[in-house]
Design a protein around this ligand. Sequence first.
Ligand code: NAD
Ligand code: IPM
Ligand code: MN
Length: 365
Amino acid sequence: KKRFNIALLPGDGIGPEVIAVAKTVLQKAGSLEGLEFDFQEMPVGGAALDLVGVPMPEETFTAAKQSDAILLGAIGGYKWDKNEKHLRPEMALFYLRRDLKVFANLRPATVLPELVDASTLKKEVAEGVDMMIVRELTGGIYFGEPRGIKINENGEEVGISTEIYAAHEIDRIARVAFETARKRRGKLCSVDKANVLDASILWRKRVTALASEYPDVELSHMYVDNAAMQLIRDPKQFDTIVTNNIFGDILSDEASMITGSIGMLPSASLSESGPGLFEPIHGSAPDIAGQDKANPLATILSAAMLLKYGLGEEKAAKRIEDAVADALSKGFRTGDIYSPGNKLVGCKEMGEEVLKSVDSKVPAT
Ligand code: NAD
Ligand code: IPM
Ligand code: MN
């Protein structure tokens, strides 16, 4: 039997609801492949602020750092929205990402055949969409210096954020993207704003220079405003997208809607060494928190990414992906992906159905 230490960081809002469900699914899929997990559940975000006064307690970071992989729910909520910046729950995400050095954020957007009707796009546009957004996660405008609210020479307040990328930061995320595209359909689209932003001009130059090392990958470039439009016009043109921190944040929320709901999109955040961080791309959804309405599939699929990318346990990961497809094919739907003719269920019941499917489905090898 193989044993793994998993840090569970439920966080706020719907975070604890979706993590509770994903944990049981992860446990079951793992056990069928001879894996055992020691879970260490730790407070993060608003939950940690309430408990110990900081969004990212030292103990939580240590547990995360020493784990084999981290599964995180979501962070944030109205209660802490007026906090000073360093005491906002979201800061926990920045500390985690930065200190774990998880620069490569993989956000797959796949339209499952069962969910074509849940997309807001026409069936023929949404059907068959299968893309991977590779988002740079530890640089750019989220972290660039100078930053902050300062007083300018006229004595006026100015808010400053700096979009900055060093060559090595571009190269390492580009390599991840080229490797990702190589294992997929061999197409890579680099999204930037090189007609305006200096950081993007360097971005395009470095990505272009690396292309010669990946002759099997077809590289293209697109401005981000056009990319936002093309995602809706013809999303099937995309295979792998590589982009900076903020464009990746925005485009992945947009891409999620093609698949039916933001409640469907998982993510993996990977470093060069050390544990990966796995989380749904959605937030704490305070508008539906505590009502058993959240779609747990994004977190369940994040657990599958944890198995695949974090632990190298592809068979167990496949069990989860198959079980999600199975529960959907039986017509179970949370409100965000509901369409008439299906069965409306809550977060817990959706979890139970996926769990049943993990148990009963023998995965194709
Ligand atoms: P959000 O993603 O939390 O919610 C946007 C909308 O999508 C809401 O209507 C919500 O009900 C819905 N939604 C989200 N996840 C869902 C799910 N699993 N099932 C069904 N519906 C779902 O974004 P927001 O409202 O802009 O942000 C709310 C809070 O979450 C803020 O504090 C924000 O900073 C934080 N946030 C955290 C993360 C994270 O932890 N990684 C990501 C995004 C936002
Ligand atoms: C995400 C979120 C975060 C981000 C916020 C909550 C800081 O939107 O994980 O996509 O912008 O990275
Ligand atoms: Mn986001």
